[in-house]
Write a protein that binds this ligand. Structure first.
Ligand SMILES: *[C@@H]1O[C@H](CO)[C@@H](O)[C@H](O)[C@H]1NC(C)=O
Ligand SMILES: *[C@@H]1O[C@H](CO)[C@@H](O)[C@H](O)[C@H]1NC(C)=O
Ligand SMILES: *[C@@H]1O[C@H](CO)[C@@H](O)[C@H](O)[C@H]1NC(C)=O
Ligand SMILES: *[C@@H]1O[C@H](CO)[C@@H](O)[C@H](O)[C@H]1NC(C)=O
Length: 261
């Protein structure tokens, strides 16, 4: 009974007072991601039979997703979005006109317009799709046995790596140094040599910093490391960092020969 009343209230809401609200923040994504461009009517009104137009005014044809009579009208759609879009209008109160785009490309970057022509509602939302490369270091990292090393690796241009899988490997010690995704480290494939000695800077991942910290370095660690973002759809998905490990004696020697040269 309460439910019915609620429904009636919602349906009686004046259409003219309802606003179409899209996310004000630009949506940023990496090439290959799926994104949802969030737009909804507030307060909710039923839009079950309405035409919903998602367009990009800078394109010709401009229609990204043209929803009419309860379905997508393919013949209006810009071909580069073919089979890559969907709406979520299957709820009871179809106030949610968000559009999902699958496998975004750099060329999907732009301002998207969402319109409900019969209600004269319109709003827009910005999508930015970046294609980042993985950059290691062209200078070797040099540390002394027993010290900690930071193997630098980052995304250029910077992009949020929190939901991406990042893998670290060593050229000799197989199979894996470490991998991480969504703040969780996956260590089941990690070689025993690295056990308890690897970490990444999770709070730095949002800025695309995927550097590895290796503690208590041993001579075995010397070699070439790679950092890899497998799902990245860019040219450079892998960075290389060479690690040079100096024996502990060199530290003492270094101290004694400080004044020379
Ligand atoms: C709209 O639907 C999408 C996909 O299910 C969901 O992620 C989003 O949170 C919904 N938005 C609102 C305002 O309900
Ligand atoms: C790393 O070491 C390998 C083998 O010693 C060498 O071929 C490569 O050029 C080095 N790379 C860098 C970036 O220093
Ligand atoms: C990544 O984070 C580490 C730890 O805070 C820092 O030492 C390093 O300089 C950062 N690298 C980049 C490219 O920002
Ligand atoms: C560092 O590694 C060595 C063996 O390589 C071990 O004997 C030592 O206890 C380790 N130190 C720390 C602080 O874990």
């Amino acid at each position: 009974m309460k439910f019915l009343l609620l429904l009636m209230c919602l349906c009686l809401t004046d259409d003219a007072n309802s606003q179409l609200i899209c996310s004000h923040q630009p949506i940023t994504a990496l090439a290959g991601d799926d994104v949802i461009l969030q737009c909804h009517l507030e307060p909710p009104i039923s839009v079950s039979d309405e035409t919903v137009e998602w367009t990009r005014p800078d394109l010709d044809p401009k229609y990204i997703h043209f929803h009419q009579d309860g379905r997508l009208m393919f013949d209006h759609q810009n071909p580069s979005y073919y089979l890559r879009t969907r709406l979520f209008m299957d709820g009871l109160m179809k106030r949610n006109v968000s559009m999902k785009i699958f496998k975004v490309k750099v060329s999907d970057t732009g301002r998207y317009q969402c319109a409900l022509p019969s209600l004269q509602k319109e709003a827009s939302i910005q999508l930015i799709v970046a294609q980042s490369d993985v950059i290691g270091s062209d200078k070797p990292v040099t540390v002394t046995v027993g010290d900690n090393a930071i193997l630098p690796c980052h995304l250029e241009p910077p992009s949020d790596m929190r939901t991406q899988t990042v893998e670290w490997k060593h050229n000799v010690i197989k199979p894996s140094c470490m991998s991480t995704r969504n703040r969780k480290d996956y260590l089941d494939l990690q070689d025993e040599n690295f056990r308890g000695r690897t970490s990444v800077f999770h709070e730095e991942m949002i800025r695309g910093n995927i550097s590895l910290k290796l503690t208590n370095v041993t001579e075995l660690d010397a070699g070439s490391f790679t950092c890899n973002v497998p799902k990245l759809q860019s040219q450079v998905r892998r960075g290389f960092i060479n690690l040079t490990v100096e024996p502990e004696e060199s530290r003492n020697k270094g101290g004694q020969t400080d004044d020379i040269g």
